[in-house]
Design a protein around this ligand. Structure first.
Ligand code: NAD
Length: 428
């Protein structure tokens, strides 16, 4: 059965969709497209476990603060839980649960032997010194020690955390276990078991998805214009690769606004968020526009790669691009998705487009277990292969069932998870 909610049935955007609400709605919608036991769908609406821990921190001035940390473990039928740890004031059990569900689908659509996890600490990392962040991370690792591990749950960097955070986490865990266990986390610096190409991977996969979508719709990348919202790790890497492959990137933005040159920007010369934060507006360009306006530019491909919930019921009618490639997680609300589908705008979903990050995390985990580092060339070659396989699997559902790309990606993911659950059975 293939039913698609109409625009009238779509929920208004005034709640701006929490991750958990969106994840459950998307699961219910995907369930209408696949022949899956309703018991399996019911099980997937609930996380296996959500761990809440207190993380006391001695501040540099000797005072003590206590923060709350979480680790949501959604489903592990296909392998260990996998997903980021974020340090952000809005981290909550509910948010982690929703994001962990997305990770389950993302790993399954990429056919990685992982399930979904997500966690973090409700803290503003900007108010912590480096020493305080290290102590907080080490204590958090200790509090989570029983529930993480290379065969149980493998965290990675996320908002507010980075490769150094993962190195501290790995060190704390390893010290307590009495041996060096690099595979407990991914996204580490290469010198302690990290993978080359990990940092660039979500941007690379976003660029690959854009390239394949352009090809699918019988266009030529050399005649394709691209706008990228968010010139950070994902956005800048995607923009630069697409430029290398012949596309014309006409607009990019950061949190302060966007620059626009209809003739094309030299994106390799614009510093990324990491290289020089918020430098986009300082670049020479004929026009400066707002972050709202960049989304509505008349380009062939729009890549929202900054934050979630930027394409909503309020602006979905004004999106002029023919193809939207989701570099960010959750940039399109459920209601906007329906509007874009009715307008014939192809939306390549986050769980496919930016899945290069978790895919190279999987390569890192393999390298750690095998104690053998891969070259950057091998990482990029295998990432390309994984992306093309996932793209082909999703495309097959798009064509066979006449589905939107997001629904098709969910069908691929859900079918794999449901088959694994049916084969393993329900204990007891
Ligand atoms: P980043 O911090 O490197 O860059 C974010 C960029 O977005 C910066 O240029 C920042 O100035 C800009 N920005 C921030 N708020 C904005 C706003 N309200 N409007 C417009 N621009 C804004 O972040 P990143 O790692 O590139 O992540 C971007 C998105 O991609 C997030 O949704 C993240 O969850 C998702 N993602 C990241 C990874 C990863 O491994 N880096 C993997 C998968 C998905």
């Amino acid at each position: 059965m293939t039913t698609t909610p109409t625009q009238q049935e779509a929920e208004p955007d005034d709640d701006l969709d929490s991750a958990l609400v969106t994840a459950r709605r998307q699961l219910e919608r995907a369930a209408t497209h696949v022949d899956v036991d309703p018991g399996v769908i019911e099980r997937l609406k609930h996380p296996t476990k959500v761990q809440q821990v207190s993380v006391p921190l001695e501040r540099d001035d000797g005072s003590v603060d206590v923060f709350t940390g979480y680790r949501a473990q959604h489903d592990d039928v296909r392998g260990p839980y996998k997903g980021g740890l974020r340090y952000h004031p809005e981290v909550s059990a509910e948010e982690c649960t929703g994001l962990s569900m997305w990770m389950t689908w993302k790993c399954a659509v990429m056919d990685l032997p992982f399930g979904g996890g997500k966690g973090g600490i409700s803290v503003d990392p900007k108010v912590l010194t480096e020493d305080e962040t290290e102590r907080l991370t080490r204590r958090f690792a200790e509090e989570l020690r029983d529930v993480v591990g290379p065969t149980k749950d493998v965290p990675a960097p996320d908002m507010g955390t980075d490769a150094q955070t993962m190195a501290w986490f790995m060190d704390a865990y390893s010290m307590q276990q009495g041996e060096t266990i690099p595979g407990v986390v991914t996204g580490k610096p290469p010198v302690v078991g990290g993978s080359y190409g990990r940092e660039e991977a979500p941007g690379r996969s976003t660029a690959i998805a854009a390239r394949e979508a352009v090809d699918y719709y019988d266009r030529d990348l050399s005649n394709t214009t691209v706008a990228v919202q968010g010139f950070g790790s994902v956005g800048a890497n995607a923009a630069r690769l697409l430029e290398d492959w012949g596309a014309t990137v006409v607009a990019v933005s950061d949190v302060n606004g966007a620059i626009y040159d209809p003739g094309g920007l030299a994106v390799h010369e614009i510093p990324t968020h990491e290289e020089e934060p918020e430098a986009v507006l300082a670049q020479d360009a004929p026009e400066t526009i707002s972050n709202a306006a960049i989304l509505e530019l008349d380009v062939d491909v729009l890549i929202p790669a900054a934050v979630g919930n930027v394409i909503t019921a309020d602006n979905a009618d004004a999106i002029a691009a023919d193809i939207v490639v989701e570099g960010a997680n959750g940039p399109t609300t459920f209601a906007a998705d329906t509007i874009l589908e009715e307008r014939g705008v192809a939306v390549i979903p986050d769980i496919l487009a930016n899945a290069g990050g978790v895919t190279v995390s999987y390569f890192e985990w393999l390298q750690d277990i095998n104690r053998r580092q891969w070259t950057l060339e091998r990482v990029n070659t295998e990432l390309e292969e994984h992306m093309l396989e996932a793209w082909a699997d999703v495309r097959e559902e798009v064509e066979e069932k006449d589905l939107a790309w997001r629904d098709a990606a969910y069908v691929v993911a859900l079918s794999r998870i449901a088959e694994a659950k049916a084969t393993r059975g329900l204990w007891p």
